[in-house]
Design a protein around this ligand. Structure first.
Ligand code: ADP
Ligand code: MG
Length: 264
């Protein structure tokens, strides 16, 4: 069953002459583990859709089912709990706390979720290529490094879903690629569902599915497109290789232990 089921979702602003349909009867199912790129012109409803999935915004109409249960839309406290338990959000402008180090920024999210795990926090910073920079403050890091802290932070409480709104929007092309690689690699390892909004067509190469919005409607949903099939195949192949390498390492260490036990 799909982890996210949106049915006839609309979000209207204003009324009469000034009515804006930010979302206009959007129905989408997203499966666990999908990596979705959300594209569309400015004002097409991308942020509104992401915020709705994050339970940061309440739709005017429609249903949102998450993992088989209706999301308690309109109930502020329950929405906050839902968000804390299930959603990791990466913003365009990092939103790191300036007086906390990289590590402390990651730990804070775990504290808020009630489960501090320093080992995991350090592993995540390592996974996004920040080993050795754990104790730097955001002001002592580059844009790309800061965004990788934000990625580690969004993953720190092991959410089911990672959402990114133009998360590479103010990074150069090379840094964008590096940041996206760090994100996708970690999300795949943890089998997280990922939805990222982008203006950059080239970043769709990281996705297994491409959804396009225009004027609040889904105008294209490319699940079986060549690019997404190639990506899905590539990801499966990579995880097979990862597993094989893991098994080989375990075997090597067993052989070493055995050899040592003979010598001793
Ligand atoms: N708080 C708001 N009040 C009124 N209109 C809004 C508000 N937020 C978004 N909109 C309108 O909803 C539409 C979709 O916005 P948005 O989801 O931010 O688009 P995108 O992220 O694709 O640029 C736009 O026309 C925008 O002006
Ligand atoms: Mg937006």
């Amino acid at each position: 069953m799909a982890i996210i089921q949106l049915q006839g979702l609309s979000r209207h602003y204003g009324e009469g002459e000034t009515l804006v349909k930010a979302l206009d009867e959007v129905s989408i199912d997203i499966e666990q583990g999908e990596i979705v790129a959300l594209l569309g012109p400015s004002g097409s409803g991308k942020t509104t859709l992401l915020n709705t999935i994050a339970a940061l915004d309440i739709p005017t109409e429609g249903k949102y089912n998450f993992d088989g249960e209706d999301v308690p839309l309109g109930h502020v406290e329950k929405m906050t709990t839902f968000r804390r338990e299930n959603i990791g959000y990466i913003f365009q402008f990092f939103n790191l706390l300036g007086d906390l180090t990289a590590l402390e920024n990651v730990l804070l999210v775990q504290d808020l979720a009630g489960s501090r795990d320093k080992k995991k926090a350090l592993e995540l910073l390592d996974a996004v290529g920040l080993k050795g920079l754990e104790n730097r403050f955001p002001s002592q890091m580059s844009g790309g490094q800061r965004q990788r802290v934000a990625i580690a932070r969004s993953l720190a409480k092991s959410p089911r879903i990672i959402l990114g709104d133009e998360l590479t929007g103010n990074l150069d092309t090379e840094t964008s690629t590096m940041v996206m690689e760090a994100l996708i690699k970690t999300c795949r390892k943890e089998k997280m569902t990922t939805i990222f909004v982008t203006h950059d067509q080239s970043l769709t190469r990281f996705a297994t599915r491409i959804i396009r919005l225009d004027s609040g409607k889904v105008v294209d949903d490319e699940k079986g497109g060549l690019k997404s099939i190639v990506n899905t195949t590539k990801f499966v192949a990579e995880s097979v290789v990862d597993e094989a390498v893991g098994s080989a390492k375990k075997l090597t260490s067993k052989i070493k232990d055995f050899a040592k036990s003979i010598v001793e």
